[in-house]
Design a protein around this ligand. Sequence first.
Ligand SMILES: [Zn+2]
Length: 722
Amino acid sequence: MDNSSELNLKNPLIEAASRGPGQLPAYSRIAPDHVVPAVKWLVQQTEVRMAALVKNLEGTSNSLESKSWEAIMVPLEAVGATINSAWSPVTHLFGVFNSPELRKAYDEALPIMVDLDLRLGQNTAVYQGLKSWRGDAAAWSKLSKLQQRIIDKRLLAAEQSGVDLTGAARQRFNEVEKQLSQLATKFSNQLLDATKDYAMNLLNQSDVDGLPDHVLELAAHEYARRNKAADKDPSEANLKIDLKAGPWAITMDGPSFIPFMEFSKRPDLREKLYLASIKRASFGERDNTPLIHDLLRLRREKANLLGFKTFAALSLSSKMAASVSEVRELLEKILGAAQPAARRDLEEIKAFRAAHAGLDGKPMAELCHWDIAFWAERVKEARYQYSEEELRPYFPLERALDGLFSLVKKLFGVDVRPGDGEAHIWHADVRFFKIYDDVGKHIASFFLDPYSRPQNKKGGAWMAGCLDRWQSPTGLQIPVAHLVCNGTPPVGETPGLMTFDQVRTLFHEFGHGLHHMLSEVPHSEAAGINNVEWDAVELPSQFMENWLYHVPTLKGLARHYQSGAVLPEHYIEKIMASRTYRSGSMAIRQLQFALADLELHEEFDPAGNVSPFEVQNRHMARAGVMAPHPENKFLCSFSHIFAGGYSAGYYSYKWAEVLSADAFAAFEEAGLDNEASVAAVGQKFRKVILAQGGSRHPMELFIEFRGRKPEPQALLRHEGWL
Ligand SMILES: [Zn+2]
């Protein structure tokens, strides 16, 4: 297979896409050389099919028979499926099996795909066709509710990308969109550069007082890395790294910043690092302040062009939450319960500090922002003496999977069985599994890539669709998922042993996977997590995490990899107790950000005299338990809302937590240890929430499952605030 024309003939991406629905990607055969030819083929295929559809739409736009699902939506579904079939393996491999060759091919292919996607989304003929259908009561009434929702969502997405605007408004809209995207990129780059460039160099032993070895090691490497690049003398190129003797460099990256704030016994250095962090990207050449003003102004303008009063209204128009006031009401309720808990957290720290004065080399002066993490960690140590490391031998991957699969069997009545060897994989560690229903029918499959592989795999964890469920004209395509984790890999004879956090991540991603795989929706556009309002997407994933705090479930999956012994009782007690440690303090932080985000995109006048930082500080002061530091410029590093998808949407984290906690409470009410009741509620959860996915509004589904609207009570109880 070394001849490039042969490669084109035998391009596995094109092959799978042209064979029709249900084809698993031939991962072991896909090479970087296949990517660009496949993408070009896709563009050409799509253009031909869209031209035929548009011709059909324009030729018969007024006849009733032209407005049928078969005439319009089936061809669109087929176009989507073909694109997915050829392109999703590429994006997947980009994340889990990267190489310089693949990156090069991907860089060439990506703009072509972005452009194709844009043209499909903004296709005026399709938009007009769907709109006239929507307006034709007779034709519209022939559609199922699900089909109506799919079309409504398509229309909404097209409208929000400006398809309905004409003349000067359209031109201005496109200009605003372009500027918004440039500003967001600039915001993100400046933040990245400001973070990357900062280092606090530590040269003396006294500077690293209190830091554990793993922090020193990271810091010594960081110093060497930074100073090697600047060094021009080749004999000095390999700076000697001595974690005990230094020098060291501390940065604003989480793995460096957080442990320093938690362990350093030098309040003066913690203060220095804290101040650098709250002022990040807020001054000099990398000042994000003007970008914040521009972004807020242009977002308001964009919303106005689309007929919305504010950007928050535009953002919420495609979410589960109905209005800004509904979101605020919920956030305030949570705040009311979290704030007293956060005050107690603070009092606890103060009391502990008074009893252990001088531990951080500082007399009993005023407690400052940079003292909190340090003392919180000391309280935690005193209270729950165990390390994540001690738990790992109890969480070998195989055992955790067994526990997870038997839980899923108990809850939803489905069997998960290995199907290794039945699918092409991209790496020897990857597993393939198949899911069967209670009568033994194969209903879904998934790939699991469990271990970290820094040389070619992205960090983090995620679930992504490989194939969507789809009742195609030629047969049913069953859903297939990609589950990607970054657990600790096996070493020699020792199997992959996970931390408790890694087990939680596995459960979380598997929850997303169940949403994708237990779907019963026939139309791919609303199957699985497709079409689900994004403030509701985290419901099944966070729901699954709750089960790890159910003692019998935890005992069922935590056994020593050598002795087979169950996780000792004292560890279980500590895991249960530490779940709510400082939960009030962590919640108010998120609530402050969520409330500030809403106000900046709702009442705030981007052309007025009030500074966005005044809004930020007002929420920090009101929702917090300590006055914000006067120099706090947190907004300048708030990339979620200024360079990510969370603008007027940061509340989604808390919103989805309310949903998942309240859904879990339905199981608690039935009795977690009563197998028959759990199975009955599980079936209901499966049939209502998981099976219907994006086919109905999430509020409707939630009410059907729970018999009422979501209430925050269960979350408050799980957090330990009631
Ligand atoms: Zn998630």
